[in-house]
Design a protein. Structure first.
Length: 257
C-alpha cells in the first residue's frame, strides 16, 4: 500500500515538476564529465533530479540569487552519486544554501579542555550533520569542469552527506552488513595509508592531496574522482574502485573506456 502510494506520488512529481529541455541541456552542457553517460543513464539522472528538486530547497544566502540553471547544475551533481541508490539517502535535511562566495560558518566547538572555539576560516562548501549543505557558487562553478579544476565541490559535499547517514563523516557510508563494513575498512585503510605516504613523500599526486586530511575527506575526494575521472581512481586504487562500484552500484570506468 505505502509502496503503491510512493509510486503514485513519484509519477505525479515527475509529471508536474519536469525540467524544461533547454534548462536541462544547458545544465548538462556545463558539466563535461557527464559526457560518459549514455542517453539511458542521463534520462534516469533527469528523473532523479526532478525528485531531488521536489524534496529539497536550493536557496540563496548572503545576497545571492540562485538562478534556475544554478539550481539544475547543483541538483545534477548531487544526484550523480545516488543515480542507482534510493534518494532517501539524502533524507534528514531540506536545504542547500548557496552563497555568492566563500563563507565563514557561524558554528562553535568545545575542545577537550572546555575552551570554546569559533571558526574563522572561510569555506567553499560544508555538509552540516543533520543540517543543510552549504556551497559557494563561484566554487561550484569553478569545479564543474573536472578537466580544468581536478575537483568537484558538490559531489564532495554530498559524499559527506551520504557518509553521515550512519553517524560521523568517518569515511564509511552505510553498508549492507558487518562483512561489507570489514571489507570496506580493510581496503580504505590500506589505500589511505598509501596515499598519505605518497603525499608525505612530496609526490605530486593527480588525486587532490586534501584527501590525506582524514578518512572522511579521503572518501569524499575519492568519490569525486570515482564519478568525474573514474579511470584515474581505477588506476591508482583498484580495490577502492571495486568497493565504490559495489556501494554506488555504478561502474563509471566502463562508460569512460
Ligand atoms: Zn570535505
Amino acid at each position: 500500500m505505502f509502496e503503491a502510494l510512493r509510486q503514485w506520488r513519484r509519477k505525479q512529481v515527475l509529471k508536474s515538476a519536469a525540467i524544461p529541455d533547454a534548462l536541462w541541456d544547458g545544465a548538462v552542457g556545463q558539466l563535461p564529465f557527464l559526457a560518459i553517460y549514455d542517453d539511458d543513464a542521463l534520462a534516469r539522472l533527469r528523473e532523479k533530479v526532478v525528485l531531488f528538486l521536489d524534496a529539497k530547497a536550493i536557496v540563496g544566502a548572503g545576497g545571492h540569487d540562485v538562478t534556475p540553471l544554478q539550481r539544475a547544475i547543483i541538483a545534477i551533481e548531487a544526484c550523480v552519486l545516488v543515480l542507482e541508490l534510493d534518494l532517501a539517502l539524502y533524507d534528514g535535511f531540506e536545504n542547500v544554501i548557496v552563497y555568492p562566495g566563500e563563507f565563514v560558518p557561524d558554528w562553535e566547538w568545545e575542545d577537550d579542555a572546555g575552551v570554546v572555539h569559533r571558526n574563522v576560516n572561510p569555506l567553499a562548501g560544508e555538509a552540516m550533520p543533520r543540517g543543510p549543505v552549504v556551497l559557494s557558487w563561484p566554487d561550484v562553478e569553478a569545479s564543474a569542469d573536472w578537466a580544468a579544476s581536478g575537483m568537484n565541490l558538490v559531489i564532495h559535499e554530498f559524499a559527506h552527506k551520504i557518509d553521515m547517514r550512519d553517524g560521523d563523516a568517518n569515511g564509511c557510508p552505510p553498508l549492507a552488513d558487518d562483512a561489507a563494513r570489514r571489507d570496506w575498512q580493510r581496503v580504505m585503510r590500506a589505500a589511505y595509508a598509501d596515499f598519505c605516504a605518497r603525499v608525505d613523500a612530496g609526490e605530486d599526486t593527480e588525486i587532490d592531496p586534501y584527501a590525506a586530511e582524514n578518512p572522511g575527506e579521503f572518501f569524499a575526494v575519492l568519490s569525486e574522482v570515482f564519478f568525474a575521472d573514474p579511470l584515474l581512481l581505477q588506476h591508482d586504487y583498484p580495490y577502492v574502485y571495486g568497493e565504490f562500484t559495489r556501494f554506488y552500484r555504478q561502474d563509471p570506468a566502463s562508460r569512460q573506456r
